[in-house]
Design a protein around this ligand. Structure first.
Ligand SMILES: Cc1ncc(COP(=O)(O)O)c(C=O)c1O
Length: 376
């Protein structure tokens, strides 16, 4: 049954429909002018010279790791409180993800834990801007420099977020050696499926363009391949959609911030419920999801069932990767990440999208208040 109030919903206007339809009237459905235009728009928005559009955020992570030369025998520091693609991508290049603890407030990699996890085999830090909250980029950059590690930003959940004190604040994606974005329909901006990689290095950009297109050099013939690559291309239909969404990003982020503020006002009286911070020092949040932490004694499954019975979708963002059946027995899965595990036991993502209506948020708030009360 489709929930009455979904967890997420894309925001597609006539402008997006018009842009995609226009591409359909051309012969350029892939590797056409919309691809170049979308890449240019992404690069300009981030003030980074190169953006390479790809078929998903996961593909972007894979290309980032390959391009940085990370492979067998290497360790990459990652959070476990994250979407599983983060660890999977490290595995795709035969390297080992080393899961480390998070900061209890930002839910991002804890710089202290990162430093403690560095070994002679560590090659990179893969930092995720979880739920659109920027990670501690100044400290992480210093750590990466001091230990000669690559710094990869996973900004799949955080396009438009900023880190740093004004006037030096910069958008996430500008700090690392390579940054990755994802445009699945639950994201702030979508291309249906899709992603992008940002880099300042023209060689990295060229290599990723080649790898996404079966290892074909940009000026080589269609069937000339200089290395073994992938089909990670993003169609011009998707790029046209993404370009309109990106042009609307300021409006989109404002709508999402307003929705977060409304939740804060509606939910603040539920005893024991922990709400996400609306503002944090040196950060502008790009609201991806609205995730609360249930009171310690609450049974999350029952809360979810109670909300589902009223047609309200919720999500367990995120079960720790190191406890997933696919990862539990992996050597990178260290014995315990108590903070990650305790946070992940209590988190609940509520319906959250650009056009969520006040009465929908009121319904979520009423249902959540009752479900929590019923368990006291
Ligand atoms: C932090 C993070 N990394 C990577 C991904 C993977 O992106 P995609 O689903 O586009 O492959 C996601 C997607 O949700 C994500 O949230």
């Amino acid at each position: 049954m489709t929930p009455r109030i979904p967890l997420s919903a894309p925001d597609i206007t006539e402008a997006e429909i018009g842009a995609v339809t226009a591409v359909l009237r051309t012969p350029h459905l892939s590797l056409g002018p919309e691809l170049a235009a979308f890449e240019q728009a992404l690069a300009a928005y981030h003030a980074v010279p190169h953006a390479v559009a790809v078929s998903s955020g996961t593909a972007g992570l894979h290309l980032a790791l390959l391009t940085l030369g990370i492979g067998e025998g290497d360790e990459v520091i990652v959070p476990s409180f994250a979407f599983v693609a983060v660890a999977n991508a490290v595995r795709h290049v035969c390297a080992t993800p080393v899961f480390v603890e998070i900061d209890p407030v930002t839910l991002n990699l804890s710089p202290g834990a990162v430093e403690n996890a560095i070994t002679p085999r560590t090659r990179a830090i893969l930092v995720v801007h979880t739920f659109g909250v920027p990670a501690e980029m100044d400290v992480l950059t210093l750590i990466a420099r001091r230990h000669h590690l690559a710094l990869i930003e996973d900004a799949c959940e955080a396009i438009g977020a900023q880190f740093g004190d004004p006037p030096h604040a910069r958008r996430v994606g500008c700090f690392g050696d390579i940054a990755v974005f994802g445009f699945y329909p639950n994201k702030q901006i979508t291309t249906g499926e899709g992603g992008a990689v940002l880099t300042r290095d023209p060689m990295h950009a060229a290599r990723m363009r080649s790898l996404r297109n079966q290892g074909r050099e940009p000026d080589a013939g269609w069937l000339d391949h200089s290395e073994i690559g992938y089909n990670y291309r993003l169609s011009d239909l998707a790029c046209a959609l993404g370009r309109v969404q990106l042009a609307r990003i300021s409006e989109i982020l404002t709508l999402r911030h307003a929705a977060a503020e409304r939740y804060q006002a509606l939910l603040c009286d539920i005893v024991g419920l922990e709400l996400p911070p609306l503002a944090l020092p040196r950060r502008t949040i790009s609201w991806f999801v609205y995730v609360v932490r249930l009171p310690e004694q609450a049974n999350r499954d029952r809360v979810q069932a109670a909300l589902a019975s009223r047609g309200i979708a919720t999500g367990r963002y995120f079960p720790p990767i190191h406890l997933q059946p696919a990862w539990r027995h992996h050597s990178g899965a260290i014995a315990a990440l108590p903070l990650t595990e305790s946070v992940a036991r209590r988190t609940l993502a509520l319906p959250f999208f650009n056009r969520i209506a006040v009465d929908q948020q009121q319904a979520v708030s009423d249902a959540l208040a009752k479900a929590v009360r019923d368990q006291e």
